[in-house]
Write a protein of this length. Structure first.
Length: 94
């Protein structure tokens, strides 16, 4: 399976936990990303300039959406729309 990120950009070791904090905060949970990792400006800076292709962007969205549904969140349209909006924004910035 091809990676959805450019191979010349190292993946931060906190990516998984940071993504969880962003999704939780944007869907009404605690604002841990803002408090602990710098908030909106920090997340935009992490994704800006990755130069992903449209194919990579669409693949990431498809994989993230499938995982989201697999863990049982696909039936909540409000949550799904909020999370997908964040994912789409992040991939557009990249």
């Amino acid at each position: 399976m091809r990676s959805t990120r450019p191979s010349n950009r190292p993946r931060p070791s906190t990516t998984g936990s940071a993504a969880t904090r962003v999704c939780a905060g944007s869907s009404g949970g605690p604002p841990r990303y803002s408090r602990e990792l710098g908030g909106f400006d920090a997340i935009v800076a992490v994704h800006r300039g990755l130069h992903i292709t449209e194919e990579q962007r669409q693949r990431f969205i498809a994989l993230f959406t499938a995982a989201f549904k697999r863990v049982g969140h696909g039936d909540d349209p409000e949550l799904r729309d909020a999370v997908l909006s964040c994912i789409e924004f992040g991939t557009e910035v990249a």
